[in-house]
Design a protein around this ligand. Sequence first.
Ligand code: KG4
Ligand code: ZN
Length: 342
Amino acid sequence: MSLTILGIESSCDDTSAAVIRDEFLLSNVMSNQDVHMKYGGVVPELASRAHQQNILPVVDQALKMAGISAEDVDAIAFTRGPGLLGSLLVGTSFAKGLSIATGKPLIDVNHLQGHILSHFIKVPEREINVQPNFPYLSLLVSGGHTQITRVDSHLSFKLIGETIDDAVGEAFDKCAKIIGLGYPGGPMVDKLAQEGDKSAFKFAKPRVEGLNYSFSGVKTSLLYFLRDKISEDADFINRNKEDLCASFQHTLIEILMDKLCKASESTGIKEIAIAGGVSANSGLRERIISEGEKRGWITHIPELRFTTDNAAMIAIAGYYKYISGHTANNDIIPVSRSGDYS
Ligand code: KG4
Ligand code: ZN
């Protein structure tokens, strides 16, 4: 019997809804919020207000594009956390209301597990849908998280390394802000880096034990470097934008790869996947592929539309939870921090 899951994602600044039937994607609708651009970052109050405006049309469109109505759905998966509480509340409340109206069960999904499982989304238009074999290592790189997780099944995850301060996405966004590129910065740094020389400048790399990461030092290193340069030459940033982006991006990729290679060596796992917004980065994607070829890895690189926040990943994670017998009660509440949600 086929199983149809509606997914709803509202953890940060994108409102998204998707429909998945038996692992196959039927629709994935996303509404980005432009309202934050002029503030240089996500404003939580504005995000929840925009979610409230977007959620009904986005869910409606996802159902229409899938060619179904709410009654045809078997269960409703929604992001419970981590994320911005006000934003999560909109998606959670909407999912609860829809569950009451249709009598369909709810499935709460951890946003991070959604990113990690995004590789299991099957796309009908693809000739072959390759999925990771267990166990595999997931490098999750986003605006809020930087983690290496050992994935033993669709439902069992072991965190083996994570950032002790900033997330790598924050480092990208901060770099863009300092250079004056706007928000979100990652895609713009990526674009300029493609025209720059990655060995033009050197930035300090952190020394952190084990498989953990740190990105606050490299960010400060960029700040101090530019402060000194600007004091001698006010136009320094403008003339060196491309080289600055290429060198800074290169440093971040080196830091990420260093611990990922260590994790593969220490666990003996050569099946490697990347996920999250920063996995859209062209330099990181190329590097994972080339390093993988050298090291005999089987690498899994997500399609660009599944890297940043999307509801398809929430629907697929919900699918696996549902077939294992998990549903949520209607009194469930969102959680903002990852530590509060296993
Ligand atoms: O996964 P995501 O959409 O949201 C969170 O869960 O945080 O990740 C957003 C992050 C932002 O920091 C954004 O700058 C970064 O992903 N990002 C990129 C690229 N596209 C998005 N960073 C580097 N290169 C990109 N092409
Ligand atoms: Zn995310």
